[in-house]
Design a protein around this ligand. Sequence first.
Ligand code: ANZ
Ligand code: ZN
Length: 838
Amino acid sequence: MSKYPFHEIETKWQKYWEENQTFAVTEDISVPPEKRKYVLDMFPYPSGAGLHVGHPEGYTATDIYCRYLRMNGYNVLHPMGFDSFGLPAENYAIKTGTHPKATTEKNIENFRKQIKSLGFCYDWNREISTHSSEYYRWTQWIFLQLFNKGLAYESQTPINWCPQCLTGLANEEVKDGKCERCGTRVVRKNIRQWVLKITDYADKLLADLDTLDWPESVKSMQRNWIGRSEGASVFFKLEKSEEKLEVYTTRCDTLFGATYMVVSPEHPLVATLTTSENKAAVEAYIVSSAHKSDLERTDLAKDKTGVFSGSYAINPVNGKKIPIWIADYVLISYGTGAIMAVPAHDTRDWEFAKKFNLPIVEVLKGEVDVQQQAWTEDGIHVNSDFLDGLDKEEAINKMLLWLEERKLGTKTTNYKLRDWIFSRQRYWGEPIPLIHCEHCGIVPVPETDLPLLLPEVTSYEPSGTGESPLAKIDDWVNTTCPVCGGPAKRETNTMPQWAGSCWYYLRYIDPHNSERFIDREKELYWMPVDLYVGGAEHAVLHLLYARFWHEVLFDLGIVSTREPFQKLVNQGMITSFAFQRKDKSLVPTDMVEEKGPDLFIEKETGEELERVVAKMSKSLKNVINPDEIITEFGADSMRMYEMFMGPLEVSKPWATTGLSGVYRFLDRIWRLYEDRPISEEAPSHELLKTLHKTIKKVTYDTDTLNFNTGISQMMVLVNELYKVETLPRIVWEALIKMLSPYVPHLAEELWEKAGHEPSLANVAWPTYDEKLTIDSEVEMVFQINGKVRAKEVIEKGMAKDELLTMAKANEKIVSWLDGKTIVKEIVVPDKLVNIVVR
Ligand code: ANZ
Ligand code: ZN
């Protein structure tokens, strides 16, 4: 039995596609707008580890869809590139002194080669890398548009700071409150930052979510992240100062139950509020809470901590004097950084009040004793003067009016969303194109001077003062002001990795334009992205940042759609099997022996192990390397297996047995061709029917990304072909066409072998005859008084009276009718005849 020569076939066709530019795409205006599709993959970060099995999953899905669309007459934009500014390359540079550019470009080479070895139909002429100056020139240009629109500002923001590495860290770089690099506990530190005003777009970002065909889970994550909350600002007079303490509350109706107040340790009034007796305790407390992350501070399970400031405020509704505490369960970053505490009806306030012996006053009638636990559900107001007897909504409205009339409060909306901390004290990123001039303030680098190139440095280590390594290059930092010509200094912070991925989908449309960042006509031709496929881990950061930039570009009149990505699909994670001991510890795969079906033994100890599903990890030695799979089974097997594993969106474990099953399927197809001549004769009616059913199913399934079930149906057709001596051409060629999006190399080869010129890429997708997909025979049920008494197989579509005659002629029915009077006859065509008798 000759093995199907996938290696030869795959190399041959990849070369062919490349040489013939089979997948190069242009903005052909003869193609009507509804026949233009933009299908996008989340581009990879070119890590040193190379392609992971998760990458080909999404990439194969979009590839199949694009090939299918092409065969259906669509003009399809399907590009690929690299998200190539990033921390790992920089950290590697710090360790080894290798320039991040060198590492990155070597990794890109490798990624490109790996991606190409899977035979994807990308238009490689449109490849971009976010670290190339041609590209980041426009990232800088967009930043300047944001700056000019007042959406970028400088601020002293508390950020995560590593006291060992002497650098600010992004939130993603902090693991369990510790620096990812050195393991030191991070602290909060105010440092100078560039911040983008994404909060200006909170309402738009929220509202436009409704227009998107995205998974509900991602939409709701974005809604929660934006976290719009409606409530009130309330101003509390202080007992001994003219200052007012403003709080944010969603429950101003509970004001009569506010028995104390809390300000966060970072609140600007802390010093004013702290009396001299309490000063030492307050200062010690501020230091201790600086070590905690927001998450730790707001953790419900954590023991509450705090100190009394020594000052009092006056509750505006009843004139009562209430103590002001300092506690870190109140965050400076939300609302006003100060709260009115209502311990009877808020769990955290209740715990705090219990711990520090503060009064608890019930203002909502509930089902518990509020001295024993907080009542956090709704109830009728009590102990609340003019609110007594009202429900929540009535009471909130009445209290708001009351406060507003007296200028003691106003209706306010708050968002969880924070402005986006946009600068990094890092080397490997886009330099922020701004200049600090003593006379003119902050001045943008003139657009004609872009790109502002990332200069060469000798050491990638942050400077130690919280500035990027760029700050050490005097002849780069010192420049002249573009406005007054006087001496000035460059901004030395760089942009975060998210910057480049915020707009890459736009650059693919016009990747080589050196005049503009995108040509208007081309943008109109392709946007928005019709389908975007990628991992669910990007639900908030990337997908929110990109939407924000896009909304801004829309408002600037640079792009034509409000939203960039019309439809989003999250591929499921590819996991792996792992082996677990009784004590739940995991055994590396190479230490496991398979003794039989579902019987796994730890080699060393003989302990029986349970097979479980786990994330692939180096330590478990269960990481699948796509290169090895391609070498052993071929790219087509790899592609088809990943699609056959299960529905695209669900997570599924890699199983080599499944992969060899798919390989055997492809091998069977190859042997069909080797063993059977193609004939020009018409196929049998049965075979023709299977063919049309298959075309119908594969068409629907490919169109809706249900690839696994489409593949199953093709397997059915292949089994049918094994039953015939020769391959009827119309069946065989239709099969090749259906296979081609899935296993394009094998399909091209078989197409050529069937006597055609290459390529299959733009050959029309097969069509089906609906009539041939319907089974023409059905089973009729004959009933007497609703009970089934006989069955008969009939030709579909017979008329009612014909069916009735047939029923009455049926032997069994005849005997049931004997001696009875017919009172009613019911006929449901293709289903049943029911005769009611007496
Ligand atoms: C009084 C009150 C009574 C509250 C009650 C809740 C329940 P959302 O819905 O998430 O917007 N809060 C306000 N600012 C805070 C801060 N900086 N840190 C921690 N907590 C803060 O939550 C708003 C509620 O969270 C506010 O309403 C406030 O407590 C608290 F029965 O005020 B509430
Ligand atoms: Zn100046």
